[in-house]
Design a protein around this ligand. Structure first.
Ligand SMILES: *[C@@H]1O[C@H](CO)[C@@H](O)[C@H](O)[C@H]1NC(C)=O
Ligand SMILES: *[C@@H]1O[C@H](CO)[C@@H](O)[C@H](O)[C@H]1NC(C)=O
Length: 259
């Protein structure tokens, strides 16, 4: 009997483990529509500009404020699955959040290519005709191939002391919650504040060369991401993108994977 019990528990454990893996995060019901014009997304609230259209093959999305979280969710990735199984396939589509849209009965507005990619082969026309559909979505880790986490120095930056940066290609499933910069070799860290979305700034930037460290959400907690090298020389220029040479692969628990 003892052996039987433990076998039972073993299978029970496997069942829990596999369902946790299949769902991963919280699955939410929602309504999704699409916008034909990609230019709307290039003016997106996250401030990525036309660059947004190059993210994820143009599979981008706008969400209502609950999901957008004051811009903290900019750059987060979601799997969106249309629930009409006559028209859509079950894999859904992976999108990256680049915009806020207060919707009109829809929580998610996808770019047209992303929306159409939910259709089964030959069903794109039917899906387009529906215009909006019931979906379920969950947050998933972002993957950018071999791209590292990077920063773009924003045009507002002004030497000597005002530095505004935007994070790009943030992998994993985490939120950046703190950013500090310091001169290379110095332990005098200066914290930056979130301006909006993926953009952070400080009026007290040292001249450089600069190093950076961040805190990202991970598990049920936070963790430091230290970039132990010079990320900006004294000759940094606005509009340039600088590779941080690290990537984030952590997953922040949303409390659903074990329930
Ligand atoms: C909301 O949707 C209705 C019906 O599709 C439309 O007539 C209306 O203009 C929309 N409102 C906004 C603010 O987009
Ligand atoms: C990412 O960072 C690693 C380690 O610093 C570096 O070797 C690699 O070239 C970077 N990748 C890209 C695409 O620049």
């Amino acid at each position: 009997m003892v052996a039987g019990d433990s076998i039972f528990f073993f299978f029970f454990f496997l069942l829990i483990a596999s369902s946790a893996m299949a769902s991963g995060g919280c699955v939410h019901p929602a309504r999704a529509g699409y916008l034909s014009s990609l230019s709307v997304f290039s003016a997106g609230a996250c401030g990525y500009g036309p660059m947004a259209l190059g993210f994820n093959g143009g599979y981008v999305a706008a969400a209502t404020s609950t999901l957008y979280r004051g811009g903290v969710a900019c750059g987060a990735c979601f799997q969106v699955r249309c629930k009409n199984m006559k028209i859509c396939h079950s894999e859904g589509v992976k999108v990256i959040l680049t915009d806020l849209n207060e919707g009109n009965g829809t929580e998610l507005i996808l770019s047209r290519p992303a929306f159409m990619a939910m259709a089964q082969h030959g069903m794109a026309k039917e899906l387009k005709k529906l215009g909006t559909v019931d979906v379920e979505y969950m947050r998933i880790p972002c993957e950018f191939g071999n791209k590292n986490l990077s920063i773009r120095v924003e045009e507002q930056s002004q030497k000597p002391n005002y530095l505004a940066i935007k994070f790009l290609y943030q992998g994993g499933q985490t939120d950046i919650v703190a950013v500090d910069i310091a001169e290379v070799g110095s332990a005098h860290w200066q914290s930056m504040s979130r301006v909006k979305g993926p953009m952070w700034s400080t009026y007290r930037a040292p001249a450089g060369p600069l190093q950076i460290r961040l805190v990202v959400t991970s598990g049920y907690d936070g963790k430091w991401v230290w970039v132990r090298k010079e990320i900006l020389s004294v000759h940094w220029t606005t509009g340039s993108v600088y590779d941080l040479g690290v990537q984030i692969s952590d997953i922040a628990e949303d409390g659903c994977s074990s329930s």
